[in-house]
Design a protein around this ligand. Structure first.
Ligand SMILES: CC(C)(COP(=O)(O)OP(=O)(O)OC[C@H]1O[C@@H](n2cnc3c(N)ncnc32)[C@H](O)[C@@H]1OP(=O)(O)O)[C@@H](O)C(=O)NCCC(=O)NCCS
Length: 183
């Protein structure tokens, strides 16, 4: 397995960025990261108001030198034992340098702190998530009573998790993946 320690590309030092909780002032940068990938239908787009409403779910990676936000990711709790990693994005020029790994590691730690037993994601980045312990899953891995409760959610990501017909065009080609969180 390749080391996931950040590489040291020319002009950048190892440890050149850090991961922290997002603040409201980060929404503009999150917006830009999201728009870049939503244009190609890689990520689900979100209204700016939703980004503000969800800011407490977000973590960002910040470049130490410039202070720029170079990555983001969110953990959305869906049920007692279930959460979703969503809107995980690294700025194109920083990809392959461990930023995604650092963000996902922090989100998985947050899942553990919250007491969540399983984390779901919907992604094209199958290899990346496999390397972080995720496995492909078919269907919607919740019992019928929980499914019925989740149907009451207004959240678009939950609709995608439930694989509802109205959101299927958004998720074409995405792979459903899940991993357990050790208690
Ligand atoms: C998925 C995503 C967030 C990963 O971000 P990233 O910052 O490039 O992630 P990392 O640098 O940690 O890892 C990317 C690759 O670089 C490799 N890498 C990282 N550090 C490395 C190192 N020191 N040596 C060798 N390879 C390294 C990793 O092994 C990884 O390879 P893999 O994808 O085959 O597992 C990014 O590709 C992205 O923004 N994609 C678009 C949005 C998306 O699809 N999000 C997921 C759904 S929510």
């Amino acid at each position: 397995m390749t080391s996931l320690e950040p590489r040291t590309p020319s002009g950048r030092e190892s440890g050149d960025y850090f991961v922290r909780r997002a603040r409201t002032a980060d929404v503009a940068a999150i917006r830009r990261l999201l728009d870049g990938y939503a244009r190609d239908r890689i990520l689900l787009s979100k209204e700016t108001v939703t980004l503000y409403e969800d800011i407490q779910e977000f973590w960002v990676a910040q470049a130490s030198g410039s202070g720029d936000v170079i990555g983001c990711g969110a953990l959305h709790v869906m049920w007692e034992d279930l959460a979703e990693v969503r809107t995980l994005a690294t700025s194109p020029e920083w990809r392959g340098l461990g930023v995604g790994h650092a963000l996902l590691t922090r989100l998985l730690k947050a899942a553990k702190e919250l007491g969540v037993a399983r984390v779901f994601c919907l992604t094209f980045e199958v290899r990346f998530f496999e390397r972080h312990g995720f496995e492909r899953v078919d269907g919607t891995p919740v019992p019928p009573d929980v499914y019925a409760q989740l149907l009451r959610s207004y959240d678009e990501g939950v609709a995608e998790f439930l694989d509802l017909d109205r959101v299927k065009p958004n998720t074409l080609g995405n792979v459903r993946m899940i991993r357990r969180i050790d208690g």
